[in-house]
Design a protein around this ligand. Structure first.
Ligand SMILES: Nc1ncnc2c1ncn2[C@@H]1O[C@H](COP(=O)(O)OP(=O)(O)OP(=O)(O)O)[C@@H](O)[C@H]1O
Length: 324
């Protein structure tokens, strides 16, 4: 188990990471989400051993002592994939992936490189020099390279940021099921809610150097502590409950995702449509409700200025507010 105990760190005298504690079980996939600049990369760098911190970090019984105690910063059994891929441009894709593998058993090495290139769907480019690769292709090769000597802990910083949607889904499924099968502990810093929702066992939400929410993706999504946490998963509304149920005492404000607001019912509260944004399966509608902004979904495009009624389920509001 990875144990992070009361760690604090600052780039200057002012502390930025403040008293963070959390545990990660062996083989767990943890996503770290939060607004840009909240400290996701810094946290990965601390775990890898690039910053000296107040507090302690343990991997099983071993304390990770950080750069003041290691001649070469970083731990042997941890691999860290940064946002720059650090490939060797004159070497081929296969040479980059195999760079740190022993040459004692060439057939074994060749087999391992082939297996990893298949995992990241780059086998057909094995002989291409890295300098000729696109950003997304470089990122896939870099992913294969950090797995070449299987790490015990894998730290990934925005690992799919350069990869197109078309490939991303397949690659994510391949990679995360490979890590599960190999029982590799993985922490992923990400802006992408799919990484956090679909693949993580646990999610840490960060804000300004602190962990402000921790739990399963379902817990964080269904019962977000505040609108900041909910907004990490997409567009969100925070509305006075009185808008929908003026005679019930449900609580002041409730967080509702756009798909939780129903349209076109005879009951409900009036809204004025401002914009429709096409999202593929539906339109996201931006409207005004008593002077505040509201987002909801509609199967059809709605004309700006149209007045219509929307409603949310009382049971849902009660459950979100912990009232039932
Ligand atoms: N080497 C550094 N020296 C000084 N300040 C730094 C350094 N690296 C990062 N910071 C600052 O620390 C804060 C956290 O940065 P960090 O890269 O950890 O955030 P992040 O959540 O990973 O952001 P993003 O999602 O944009 O990658 C930022 O305000 C950043 O400017």
């Amino acid at each position: 188990m990875l144990k992070v105990k009361k760690i604090s760190f600052g780039y200057s005298k002012k502390l930025f990471i403040k008293n963070l504690s959390f545990n990660v079980q062996k083989g767990e996939n943890v996503s770290i989400i939060g607004a840009s600049g909240c400290g996701k990369s810094t946290l990965l760098q601390i775990i890898y051993g690039l910053h000296h911190v107040k507090g302690q970090i343990f991997w099983n019984e071993k304390e990770l002592l950080g750069p003041n105690f290691n001649i070469v910063p970083g731990e042997e059994f941890i691999k860290y994939l940064t946002q720059d891929f650090d490939l060797m441009p004159p070497l081929t894709v296969a040479e980059n992936v195999g760079k740190f593998l022993s040459n004692m058993y060439p057939r074994k090495k060749q087999q391992r490189v082939k297996e990893l290139l298949e995992l990241v769907e780059m086998a057909d480019m094995a002989k291409v020099k890295a300098k000729f690769l696109s950003g997304g292709q470089q990122q896939r090769v870099a992913l294969a390279r950090v797995l070449a000597k299987p790490p015990e802990i894998l730290l990934l910083d925005e690992p799919f940021s350069h990869i197109d949607h078309f490939r991303k889904n397949n690659l994510r499924r391949n990679l995360f099921s490979y890590l599960k099968a190999q029982n590799i502990t993985c922490l992923v810093a990400t802006h992408d809610s799919t990484d956090a929702l679909s693949f993580a066992d646990k999610t840490l939400a960060m804000r300004a150097g602190k962990i402000i929410a921790e739990g399963s993706p379902e817990e964080l999504y269904r019962k977000p502590k505040n609108v900041y946490v909910a907004s990490l998963f997409g567009e969100v509304n925070e509305l006075p409950t009185k808008q929908f149920f003026p005679h019930e005492r449900l609580g002041e404000k409730v967080i509702l995702y756009p798909h939780e607001i129903e349209v076109g019912t005879s009951a409900g509260v009036e809204v004025r449509v401002k914009n429709s944004y096409f999202k593929g399966q539906h339109f996201l509608i931006e409207a005004e409700i008593n002077g505040e902004k509201i987002f909801f979904e509609s199967s059809e495009k709605l004309q700006p200025g149209r007045i219509m009624k929307v409603i949310a389920s009382e049971n849902l509001i009660r459950s979100r507010l912990g009232n039932n």
